[in-house]
Design a protein around this ligand. Structure first.
Ligand code: 2IT
Length: 447
């Protein structure tokens, strides 16, 4: 079976040249599926894997816009509609200079399994553009979003494909995108999630990803009879996901000692808590994409230029920045520092060799497609709120979110044990997510 899986990995590499992030996720997911394919030869006969690794549709488009100097700018927009076996395509839009087809496909592929794990009816999609929002005026962001939606609207819809935010796409961008969609189609629908509360947004969606990550971490620790109370945590990133994570960690009695940005990381010996958490929002709102001002503002903090926080001694590590921020050398430092737990907040923050090294040294990993699924789960609740022309209370949302995260942990742990991997949440999440999609695909014939 190992050979068979390698064949699929080879096909994906050949068909998607120059897209290492996509190859990385294909390799990571498919390798976990070996025992599942062995137990289910009907999947192989039905060409299930051949179909799963090929997106149902990949849209690439030009996004022309005019900057504040009157100069014409052109970006490239993307939407991958990867798999609709269990529901309409669902996944975020990322605006960052690093966005290209390989990043969009990696995120879209991960999203299939993540969405399946939530137990909700949502398929996998993702999109974005190589647009850098750093330093852009509101007017520029608005013109860009309007141009982006002027093409994207043809491909999405509340029952077809429902985008949301991701890196570089927050409440402001979703607002502009929604406004343009409504204007073109004259339709008020739940076509986007992560909307502002006054126009259909879900109370609790903003913090959902971070809160979900902490619930998942809590479950992971509870498996070993431990709790978050009194634990020191190194967090990376300072955006929406990091903010929600830091907030909930504080509520559950943990001490957050780091946050980070592209400029470096800050170590706060007193912990990132109280008004310092609110300061994270100010940092984000400044649009400068740096964390150094935190250390200028608070005496207890020290700034480490150009460094990542993985050399810091902590009880657990929660990367919340972006993909591939933990390399093998970081993994080695973590193990030297006695790391026992790592819970992935960002999508695929750990390289495959770092992951292997950490697992070999008995570090328990909470994989991103399970741990950060609370965001998209609440997006689906937002879809339900919009479709039902109603409003849910934060309490209703938080209760569902917590239950969903507990279930995801349970499913991943059970799937891992069933297929002989012990307590390996990386393998278990891949398997549990895959099985749900596989059963739906089998039922629907060769499509
Ligand atoms: O990576 C993710 O799960 C997201 N960016 C959220 C996707 C969504 O549709 O809410």
């Amino acid at each position: 079976m190992a050979k068979l899986v390698e064949q699929y990995i080879d096909i994906a590499k050949k068909r998607n040249p120059g897209e290492p992030e996509f190859h990385q996720t294909i390799e990571e997911v498919l390798t976990s599926l070996e025992p599942v394919l062995e137990a289910n030869p009907q999947y192989v006969e039905a060409g299930l894997l051949d179909r799963l690794i090929e997106p149902e549709r990949m849209i690439t488009f030009r996004v022309p816009w005019v900057d504040d100097e009157g100069k014409v700018q052109v970006n490239r927009g993307f939407r991958v509609q990867f798999n609709s076996a269990i529901g309409p395509y669902k996944g975020g839009l990322r605006f960052a200079p690093s966005v290209y087809s390989g990043v969009v496909k990696f995120l879209g592929f991960e999203q299939i399994f993540k969405n399946a794990l939530t137990g909700l009816p949502i398929g996998g999609g993702k999109g974005g553009a190589d647009f850098d929002p750093t330093g852009k005026s509101d007017a520029e962001v608005m013109r860009f979003c309007q141009s982006f939606m002027t093409e994207l609207y043809k491909h999405i819809g509340p029952d077809t494909d429902i985008p949301a935010g991701d890196l570089g796409v927050g409440a402001r961008e979703i607002g502009y995108l929604f406004g343009q969609y409504k204007r073109i189609l004259d339709q008020y629908s739940g076509v986007l999630t992560g909307k502002g509360i006054p126009y259909g947004g879900l109370q609790g969606r903003t913090e959902a990803t971070g809160f979900g990550i902490v619930f998942f971490t809590r479950e992971m620790l509870a498996h070993f009879g431990e709790s978050l109370e009194g634990k020191s945590v190194a967090v990376s990133g300072f955006g929406n996901v990091a903010w929600g994570t830091v907030t909930k960690l504080n509520e559950l009695g943990a001490k957050v000692v780091t946050i980070s940005g592209p400029d470096g990381y800050v170590y706060d010996e007193d912990g990132v808590s109280g008004e310092k958490i609110d300061f994270m929002l100010k940092l984000r709102a400044s649009g400068e994409n740096i964390v150094e001002p935190y250390a200028e503002q608070f005496k207890s903090a020290k700034f480490f230029k150009g460094e990542k926080p993985w050399g810091v001694k902590a009880d657990l590590y929660i990367p919340c920045a972006t993909q591939n921020e933990i390399h093998i050398e970081d993994a080695k430092k973590m193990v030297e520092n006695g790391c026992k737990y790592l819970c992935e907040g960002a999508n695929m923050p750990t390289t495959n060799d770092a992951l292997e090294y950490l697992q070999k040294h008995n570090v328990i990993i909470g994989p991103s497609k399970a741990a950060n699924a609370g965001g998209v789960a609440c997006s689906c609740i937002e879809m339900g709120q919009n479709a039902g022309h109603t409003v849910f209370t934060p309490t209703q949302v938080y209760e569902q979110l917590e239950q969903i995260m507990i279930n995801i942990h349970k499913q991943a742990a059970a799937a891992s044990a069933k297929y002989g991997y012990g307590y390996d949440l990386v393998k278990g999440a891949n398997i549990a997510g895959f099985l749900r999609v596989a059963e739906a695909m089998m039922a629907q014939g060769i499509v």
